[in-house]
Ligand binder design. Structure first.
Ligand SMILES: Nc1nc2c(c(=O)[nH]1)N[C@H]1C(S)=C(S)[C@@H](COP(=O)(O)OP(=O)(O)OC[C@H]3O[C@@H](n4cnc5c(N)ncnc54)[C@H](O)[C@@H]3O)O[C@H]1N2
Ligand code: MOO
Length: 406
């Protein structure tokens, strides 16, 4: 069945099953998706403390020479009480003594005998970090469906949480088909052969997206080899293949997957490149058959493969999204089918890849995003606003630019 991109994505969202859950130690949880809410069990800061190395003082002692009666370090459990006419020396992070109204940084004081002279004006609460001003005990800190990055792990650490419930990573099996293909570790490549680039590319990209990957290798264009590879892949959540989905005499992918009872949701998409992309399932294992042409396989993986993985992952943010950018230059194309165009987004403008075709591998290594051009469009003018879909964004540059906002 031939479908639009929207219909294809609907099939993916409706039919993809979310992964089961497991318990993980916090140190191993980077990149996983939370399968429970986490509430704060402690206030942060846990006690009122000093934001400066200085003196705990009373407001009424402004401009006076106060006697320094004590010194408190971070980690001290001091019982000192601040009296009128006195100051207590205190270090950053130390618990403030009872009776403190403000902290004066040490550089704002001068010595006077056994004490210090305070500034002429003091304001209540200055340089005091209050208990719970960052995190309040009982508030929800992390939500089910949130991805754990370094700063979410910081929150777990702040609460002394050692184990959490997460969704298991999607387990993806990958193989390519094509009798012309050799694996990258094979040294003999004849004049009629080439290296299998799709399977390593898809493996790396699935790993970047947080999947566990079984790399099944390369099947020759024969029904038996495809069936054998497929059998090895059946214990995974998702099988991704490339090649053999067209109408050639050696295109056996459909037949091989059909022989295992694959239920096919779509086997053609109104998209360029990638028309023969196929999605279905064999029992609980989802299947994405991508075309063999490397760039077609890769950009269709970005759209459909990534959407399946996100839908499986348990993430709340499972839909792809775009950001607006200006076209850096004019781009002409043939209208008729929805087109995926790779290119480079530099933070404000999108430059389409030069010299690209569905069978190439180099354009995507130089691109960091792509745009989806409507079927009616035959010209995008310089300066037109386009919607960018990211592939890899790190806002780094080969020039040192100003980082300051006005
Ligand atoms: N008569 C028609 N022919 C083709 C049509 C069509 O509609 N009618 N569609 C074309 C389009 S579009 C595509 S895309 C391809 C899809 O074909 P397959 O999925 O069957 O892919 P293959 O024939 O196996 O390979 C295509 C091409 O890509 C190279 N390739 C394949 N796998 C890999 C790999 N793992 N690593 C590197 N390169 C790979 C392969 O050598 C071929 O050159 O069909 C068109 N034909
Ligand atoms: O649609 Mo094909 O996937 O152009 O290369």
């Amino acid at each position: 069945m031939e479908v639009t991109i929207e219909q294809a994505l609907d099939f993916i969202y409706k039919n993809t099953i979310k992964k089961a859950t497991k318990i993980l130690p916090m140190e191993q949880a980077l990149g996983f998706i939370m399968a429970e809410d986490i509430s704060a069990t402690h206030n942060l800061p846990p006690y009122d403390n000093s934001a400066m190395d200085g003196y705990a003082v009373k407001i009424s002692d402004a401009s006076k020479c106060v006697e320094v009666t004590d010194t408190i370090f971070a980690g001290d459990n001091s019982k000192a009480v601040l009296k009128n006419g006195c100051g207590i020396k205190i270090m950053t992070g130390a618990k403030i003594p009872e009776g403190t109204e403000a902290i004066v940084p040490r550089e704002d004081t001068t010595e006077c005998g056994d004490g210090v002279v305070l500034p002429d004006s003091l304001s209540e609460g200055r340089h005091i970090r209050h208990c719970g001003e960052d995190i309040k005990k009982g508030e929800i800190l992390l939500h089910k469906g949130e991805r754990l990055g370094a700063h979410q792990i910081t929150l777990l650490a702040s609460q002394g949480i050692s184990h959490i419930k997460v969704y298991k990573q999607p387990r993806v099996a990958i193989f390519a088909s094509g009798s012309e293909l050799k694996m990258h570790f094979e040294s003999v490549v004849d004049s009629y052969q080439l290296y299998n680039t799709n399977a390593p590319a898809l493996k790396a990209r699935c790993e970047e997206l947080g999947c566990e990957v079984d790399f099944i290798g390369t099947a020759k264009d024969s029904l038996e080899e495809l069936q054998e590879h497929l059998e090895s892949a059946l214990n995974s959540d998702l099988i991704i293949t490339s090649g053999g989905v067209s109408v050639g005499d050696a295109d056996y992918t459909k037949e091989a997957f059909g022989s295992f009872g694959m239920e096919t949701y779509f086997d053609k998409v109104q998209i360029k490149p990638g028309k023969p992309t196929t999605f279905g399932r064999i029992n609980k294992t989802m299947v994405l058959n991508l075309p063999g042409n490397p760039l077609a396989a890769s950009v269709n993986f970005e759209l459909f493969g990534q959407s399946i993985i996100l839908a499986m992952s348990g993430a709340n943010e499972k839909y792809l999204n775009t950001i607006d950018a200006k076209m850096a230059e004019e781009f002409k194309l043939r209208a008729g089918r929805r087109t995926l165009l790779p290119g480079y987004f530099d933070g404000s403008k999108f430059t389409p890849s030069k010299n690209f075709a569905p069978g190439m591998v180099k354009p995507l290594s130089e691109a960091n995003s792509y745009i989806m051009i409507s079927e009616e469009c035959s010209l995008i003018k310089e300066g037109d606003i386009v919607k960018i879909l990211p592939i890899r964004f790190a806002f780094n540059s080969n020039e040192q630019n100003s980082l300051v906002s006005p």
